[in-house]
Design a protein around this ligand. Structure first.
Ligand SMILES: [Zn+2]
Length: 439
């Protein structure tokens, strides 16, 4: 179970759950604490209080509504079960390059600099499709975030790569976590929540309402697609015109792919009835890039989450512009192979505390030379057990990397659990859980 730590706001000590349930009751304390010392305290580790950011809800209307967020740095100093806990920098998949694509402010807001355009513009001057974004371009060494990087970032920022004993997680929970995070984000110059759709978990009761809500989200795509094409033909005819074509990002499970007519594919998304169409050349590109992940859908009954960037067609269809895919376990822990899925499922079944470091993929990112474990188990005697699944690939480069990792771990004297597929197909027993004493 997650800890419900005491927090201190100004001079008031109270349970975090109480603040979350009725933030208005603490408005005065929040106001005071915002002036001096400028933050609140998390008391999860009584001997070592941690600073918390006091944030004001942006759409709160007239009544000020405050809430607490983790401090950008030092998340690892919180108790491991504290909701504000974050893995230490050297155990996270972030790098200097990923940080330039995902800029985080002290107040808990963040901005994604994408590699792609969030909307398209035509006007008389440019006479062709042109990115509308005039966002500051990423620095020369940065190419901007890909869709996969964006998905991985949102996943790890919302703690979906983590598990604690007693937790449960379904699609509804995943959606809730990412939607809440999106409230604090921008992509280029747009609020992320305005351009992101995550379908609610399908239930027969909610189906009609969800369908209507999704239809409302799509309407601007179709309307702007018609205006965009009209403007294009006006410009082609030598007349003045301008239009902006809206796009939408959808995060959903991938259910299936099938060939359809007119040299295109139909993509079936989880919790959404209507398909997304994908042109053959784009599908070929996605197959080249994500083939291994996409194949797990049919071959290994794997679970795949996609970030689908779509536009509307004038006839009311959703058309894929690009996508990023990530394999996950049945409880939505990111995994790189069926063996990692076996480990993730075994850890969840055994009710263990662990995280799966997610390497945020940006270009030829080197992770600043960090070594990332496949899993980190927190509830063993040493409180840090690095878990490695060594695959069956015998490539020299892979073997060298494996030896390097083993060497670094041995040098640092850390507790290691290894599953070497070249030796056995059977998962070795997990290290025993050792109960923590309350701190
Ligand atoms: Zn804490």
């Amino acid at each position: 179970m997650s800890l419900d730590p005491d927090v201190r706001i100004d001079s008031r000590c109270v349970r975090l759950s109480a603040v979350r349930e009725a933030p208005a009751s603490y408005s005065h304390d929040f106001e005071q604490a915002r002036i001096e010392p400028g933050h609140a305290w998390c008391l999860c580790n009584t001997s070592n209080p941690q600073r918390l950011v006091i944030r004001r809800k942006s759409h709160a209307g007239t009544a000020a509504a405050f809430f607490l967020a983790g401090w950008p740095e030092g998340g690892e100093s919180h108790h491991i079960d504290c909701p504000f806990f974050k893995e230490a920098e050297d155990e996270s998949g972030k790098s200097s390059e990923s940080k330039s694509c995902f800029e985080e402010s002290v107040d808990g807001t963040f901005r994604i600099t994408p590699q792609f355009s969030v909307s398209l513009k035509v006007d008389t001057v440019v006479r062709k499709k042109d990115p509308i974004e005039s966002t500051p371009r990423p620095s020369e060494t940065t190419r901007g975030a890909t869709l996969l990087a964006m998905l991985q970032y949102l996943w790890s920022e919302t703690g979906l790569h983590r598990w604690r004993a007693g937790w449960n997680r379904d699609w509804g929970r995943v959606r809730y976590e990412i939607m809440s995070k999106a409230e604090d984000g921008q992509i280029g110059r747009r609020p992320l929540a305005d351009v992101l759709y995550i379908p609610p978990r399908y239930t027969p009761v909610g189906a009609e309402k969800n369908k209507a809500e999704f239809a409302a989200r799509q309407e601007p795509l179709f309307v702007s697609a018609r205006q965009f094409l009209e403007a294009q033909s006006r410009i082609a005819a030598g007349k003045a015109a301008s239009a902006v074509r809206e796009t939408l990002f959808i995060i959903a499970p991938l259910r299936g792919l099938k060939e359809s007519q007119f040299d295109s594919y139909q993509i079936q998304l989880g919790h959404i009835a209507q398909p997304v169409y994908c042109k053959a050349p784009l599908m070929q590109r996605l197959q080249r890039r994500f083939g291994r992940v996409l194949n797990t859908l049919s071959a290994e009954h794997g679970h795949v989450i996609g970030l689908f960037h779509v536009e509307g067609t004038p006839r009311g269809h959703l058309q894929l512009l690009d996508a990023g895919f990530m394999r996950v376990s049945s409880r939505f822990i990111p995994v790189d192979s069926s063996y990692e899925e076996t480990v993730a499922d075994a850890l969840v079944t055994a009710n263990r505390d662990f995280s799966k470091p997610v390497r945020i993929e940006i270009g030829a990112d080197s992770l600043d030379g960090k070594v990332l474990a496949d899993f980190i188990l927190y509830d063993t005697a040493s409180r840090r057990c690095y878990m490695e699944v060594y695959g069956v690939q015998g490539r020299e480069e892979y073997e060298a990397r494996k030896r390097e990792k083993q060497h670094i771990y041995r040098q640092n004297g850390v507790e290691i659990w290894e599953w070497d597929l070249t030796r056995t197909r059977e998962m070795p027993a997990l290290l025993p859980r050792v109960e923590r004493t309350a701190s």
